[in-house]
Design a protein around this ligand. Structure first.
Ligand SMILES: Nc1ncnc2c1ncn2[C@@H]1O[C@H](COP(=O)(O)OP(=O)(O)OP(=O)(O)O)[C@@H](O)[C@H]1O
Ligand SMILES: [Zn+2]
Length: 303
């Protein structure tokens, strides 16, 4: 399986679609690759834009105080990436340059900034909605799109360290967010089938850290909180999650004190599209030459 992943990655690099940097999971993308991502991004808007979501675009960093409050480090300390910077004086600068020149460790002198790399596009949404006070009667619906960082270096080109996630996020009553999620499971499947991709939707869990994490993952599955839309990319036996449909119950509502108009703690759900994974699935199933893709697929993406 590992071999298949590395071979697919090498083929993508040889075709110029991915540009290697020497770090696993960190790639540049060609114009052709980006065009596919942009067209797919527009397709998501075609399917979801009519719902009147509030569009928000954040840079790929979250405020450290918000990140600390989000609870991410409890569940996923192994995936988080913090931004550190040089804050020294001239002597410290001399020492930095000397250590660099002598091939010594220099990064331990870097100090934390107030920015943490965004782990999932929806993270800045909850505190933003909380700031606005009680929700309107029909809840809140937000459209976000961001680069995300996860420290999971891999030979699998579908497991990147920096990748883009487009999401719709719903905040409201349990009924509102469950209806939102169900509608996206159906829409997500139909959207992906319109691209002639072989899809399966299955129960899933997040990669919670440690022994307590294994119990969290089991309970997440038992309660049916996370579904993924899977497509074979680098391996037929282990298809890759390209979309995910998450119901957080009152997790973020409690954390951020999100309230419905009657004062109850709000529930939240989100649908996330892995933009690079979808592009890779298209290249996997329709070939590296986009001009030779099935006419029906080209029509869906390029009109
Ligand atoms: N390392 C990654 N590289 C590229 N895309 C990713 C990566 N991790 C997640 N994604 C994409 O972002 C979407 C939403 O993220 P989510 O947290 O649900 O991923 P995930 O289910 O944890 O992924 P996985 O189970 O493969 O680690 C996923 O459905 C996937 O398409
Ligand atoms: Zn989300």
């Amino acid at each position: 399986m590992e071999n298949g992943q590395a071979a697919f990655r090498d083929a993508l690099i040889a075709a110029g679609l991915l540009i290697p940097t020497g770090v696993d999971g960190l790639y540049g993308r060609s114009g052709v690759f980006e065009d596919v991502v942009e067209r797919f991004n527009d397709l998501i808007t075609t399917w979801g834009g009519g719902d009147g979501a509030d569009v928000m675009r954040f840079p790929p960093g979250v405020a450290r105080h918000q990140f600390e409050q989000s609870g991410y480090l409890k569940s996923f300390p192994h995936l988080a990436g913090t931004v550190h910077a040089f804050k020294g004086d001239e002597r410290a600068h001399q020492s930095l340059l000397r250590r660099l020149e002598e091939g010594e460790e220099w990064t331990d002198a870097q100090l934390a900034t107030n920015v943490v790399l965004t782990p999932a596009a929806c993270y800045p949404v909850y505190p933003t909605i909380a700031e606005r006070g009680p929700l309107p009667a029909d809840g809140a619906l937000v459209d976000v799109y961001s680069y995300c960082f996860r420290h999971e270096p891999s030979l699998d080109p579908a497991r990147m360290q920096l990748f883009r996630m487009r999401e719709y996020v719903c905040v409201g009553t349990p009924e509102q967010v469950m209806e939102f999620r169900q509608s996206w499971v159906e829409r997500g499947r139909a959207l992906m089938e319109s691209l002639a991709l072989p899809v399966a939707v299955d129960l899933a869990n997040d990669p919670f850290f440690g022994r307590a994490g294994r119990m969290l993952a089991a309970s997440q599955r038992d309660q049916g909180l996370k579904f993924e839309l899977l497509i074979p990319i680098a391996s037929a036996e282990q298809p890759t999650a390209c979309l995910s449909f998450n119901y957080h119950q009152d997790h973020f509502g409690l954390l951020w004190d999100l309230r419905t108009p009657d004062g109850a703690v709000a529930h939240t759900a989100c649908v996330g599209f892995g933009m690079e994974r979808v592009a890779l699935a298209l290249f996997r199933h329709h070939g590296f030459d986009v001009k030779a893709w099935p006419a029906a697929v080209r029509a869906v993406l390029w009109g």
